[in-house]
Design a protein. Sequence first.
Length: 87
Amino acid sequence: MRDLTDPRWMYTKAALLLLGGLLSCAILLIDCFTWRRVAVLAVGIWCFCRAYYFAFYVIEHYIDPTYKFAGLTSLIRYWRDRRRPPR
């Protein structure tokens, strides 16, 4: 699979991801709306966003500037390989 390089498709992908997130949150809240559920959902989304930011921006810019991440599997491989002693 080729890398996505066309800005129009990148914006389309971002819009679809946003739409999917909004729809899934709406379905959860329509099922049983309470302000408590809204708050818990908002905190959960915020925490996942911060974890994603940490996984890609903080590690790459502050912890190990030599490593470039390509995705979550790259992050898992990075953590796995750092724990092994060098051969």
